[in-house]
Ligand binder design. Sequence first.
Ligand SMILES: Nc1nc2c(ncn2[C@@H]2O[C@H](COP(=O)(O)OP(=O)(O)O)[C@@H](O)[C@H]2O)c(=O)[nH]1
Ligand SMILES: [Mg+2]
Length: 224
Amino acid sequence: MGKFSLCIELPTKNEKENVARMIGNIRKHCSYEIIVSDEHSPDGTGDIARSLGVKVFPRRNLGYGSGLQESLANAKKLGHTHLLVMDCDQTYPAESIEAMAQAAREGNELVNAARKVSDIRSLNRLPNFFHTMLTRLLYGGRVTDVNSGMKLMKIDAFLGKLNTSGNDSTVQTVIIALKSRCRIKEVPITYRDRHGDPTRGRSKIKLKDGFIITWRIIRDRFVK
Ligand SMILES: Nc1nc2c(ncn2[C@@H]2O[C@H](COP(=O)(O)OP(=O)(O)O)[C@@H](O)[C@H]2O)c(=O)[nH]1
Ligand SMILES: [Mg+2]
């Protein structure tokens, strides 16, 4: 394949407990450029990241998904060909970044970090299973964890195609890849849920996101 240059996006909304350790841990495992897409966090997340030499892009529009859209464009402007997004909450393993990068170098346009069902909090297992099965039913493919918050994308395959601003953009990346017949690979990872560990902040995903994700999966099957 051609040029490969990876950029890592950390989406943040009040992650002061996690951001410094996330950056340190990623740097321990690889030397790819890290950018932060910050939701104007009042807790100082952006300043912490900046003090560690990371470029922080305050959000122009609201939401995780518009942050992802902007990060695809920002990473491209910085000269990168690929973007890896991972939650900034110490739940996804920095140790797996290199394995995912290798899969992207081999030509996979979407590399999805797949969690073991037993690692997922029981309350989230059923919705995740449902979203995954619905996606497979409507679009085909064999993705096993559509809601995983760690994904590596070839920028040009997704830029301009993502059009949701919310948390349903995670599943939309999978839908785009399936619809445009991208090469997709899943890399199994270990996941450590942040629930039950108050030192790692609170989840920002709400119950209603489950319904929004369901609607996204159905809607995108028939629109566009
Ligand atoms: N830029 C941005 N990041 C967000 C927003 N909401 C959540 N995040 C971040 O996106 C990641 C995923 O959210 P999280 O609360 O971990 O969701 P969960 O893993 O489903 O519990 C975390 O790093 C959050 O800080 C948002 O509106 N904008
Ligand atoms: Mg999370």
